[in-house]
Design a protein around this ligand. Structure first.
Ligand SMILES: Cc1cc2nc3c(=O)[nH]c(=O)nc-3n(C[C@H](O)[C@H](O)[C@H](O)COP(=O)(O)OP(=O)(O)OC[C@H]3O[C@@H](n4cnc5c(N)ncnc54)[C@H](O)[C@@H]3O)c2cc1C
Length: 383
């Protein structure tokens, strides 16, 4: 991963140089959305890399998308404001009708329409998606949606949202995940007509919200794919999501390592650079080794993914290892900076908070371990 697609990486790094630490610090303080940054990425075509050329995108693979996100994070920026557009769109691409693809994908590619929001998580169901309570009831040529989502990122900065809702009760199918459907919601029409959004202030600046559906009417043509198959569609997109999040975590890890290495070389205490002490060197070296290992696993997952091979195990392990590498690197970087690690102007404390997210969302570490235990090692199913 480190260094592939050099032209893309150089161009992304050059774009990111226009969005330095002070830009992100101000947004973080105000909990504001990086509109200019997202616009610059969109204008440069980076958010449309996975959209096929016939729908106006550049038709590149997951490898290029991962390089873009890794470079964004390595540059000290954050892709969380827009990364979902890259993989949410995949649900429409794989399972949407030709009419939906023609209607939405070219506008998403050009930036005219933003598909940034994905409403899965609910307050009462947590990780157990089979227990979501949001319902969609068919009524003639529309569906009526009622329920609530939580932690829906970017809902206030998106035109479209993919929503998971139950079209049949959990008990009615053969399996708990049957009866869930995916809808492509046009939020511009829905806001104030059954859809409301409330910001949810969090530890990091991630544009998180609560979303409420109160008899929201959605045209039946906005159902994606077949009714009741939504959970399967969600699973189909998870490997891409895991790989792209791994790439972001790797980028963070590399930012922390570069930042710590530079500081350890400059900062003089006891009349010598602190980096001369092995107590400071070794944690930086360990973080580097962990990051390189996680990068290799991510590369393996990407190679399998692009070849159309099964890659669930590798994509999950890549996400796990990269999230651990970035978190360990964050801790190391803060420690290397001593008291100054806590000062806003060094950006370490902000990136430290931001990278902690990868242990929890979009999937928490325990659930990945559970996947590896059950599906790779064949251990008994625990839930
Ligand atoms: C900043 C942020 C942005 C987010 N953006 C989105 C978004 O855009 N769209 C969206 O739908 N969701 C979003 N989420 C939600 C996120 O996906 C969930 O928080 C995450 O999946 C965990 O679910 P939960 O919070 O309900 O935790 P819970 O399911 O309540 O779990 C709590 C803890 O218990 C552990 N746990 C639960 N069950 C088990 C088990 N059987 N074995 C072992 N451990 C277990 C979990 O791993 C976790 O550590 C976001 C969250 C955050 C914080």
């Amino acid at each position: 991963m480190n260094g592939n697609h050099p032209e893309i990486r150089e161009a992304v790094a050059a774009l990111c140089a226009g969005f330095p630490g002070e830009y992100w610090r101000k947004l973080d303080r105000e909990r504001a959305y990086p509109t200019e940054f997202v616009k610059a990425l969109t204008d440069a075509g980076y958010l449309a890399v996975l959209i096929p050329e016939k729908y106006g995108g550049s038709g590149l693979g997951i490898s290029e998308a991962a390089a873009i996100l890794e470079e964004i994070h390595k540059s000290g920026c954050n892709g969380g404001a827009c990364h979902a557009q890259m993989y949410i769109m995949g649900t429409v691409l794989r399972h949407g009708s030709e009419a939906q693809k023609r209607k939405y994908l070219p506008k998403i590619a050009s930036g005219e329409l933003r598909l940034q929001a994905f409403g899965v998580t609910e307050p009462t169901s947590g990780t157990d998606t089979s227990r979501i309570r949001t319902t969609a009831k068919r009524d003639g040529n529309k569906y009526v949606i009622n329920g609530q989502k939580v932690w829906t990122s970017r809902a206030e900065h998106s035109d479209l949202m993919l929503v998971l809702a139950r079209t049949n009760p959990r008990e009615s199918g053969n399996k708990p995940h049957e009866g869930i459907s995916v809808f492509l919601l046009d939020m511009r029409e829905a806001l104030g007509h059954g859809l409301s959004i409330k910001p949810l202030r969090a530890m990091i600046n991630h544009a998180t919200t609560e979303v409420f559906f109160d008899d929201l009417k959605v045209p039946a043509e906005n159902l994606v794919g077949e009714e009741g198959q939504g959970f399967r569609y969600l699973l189909d997109g998870l490997n891409a999501e895991r790989i792209l999040i791994a790439a972001e975590a790797l980028g963070d890890a590399r930012w922390f390592i570069n930042k710590a290495t530079a500081y350890a070389g400059e900062r003089r205490v006891f009349n010598r650079p602190i980096g001369q002490n092995q107590g400071i060197q070794f944690p930086i070296a360990r973080a580097h080794a962990e990051t390189e290992a996680a990068s290799l696993m991510t590369e393996k997952a990407i190679t399998l993914f692009d070849a159309g091979e099964p890659c669930g195990a590798e994509a999950n392990m890549a996400k796990l290892l990269a999230a651990d590498a970035s978190w360990h690197a964050a801790d190391m970087c803060l420690q290397t900076h001593g008291g100054f690690g806590f000062a806003e102007e060094y950006d370490v404390e902000r990136k430290f908070r931001e990278t902690r997210l990868f242990q929890v969302a979009p999937i928490s570490t325990n659930l990945i371990l559970s996947y590896i235990a059950e599906h790779v090692l064949g251990l008994p199913r625990s839930f």
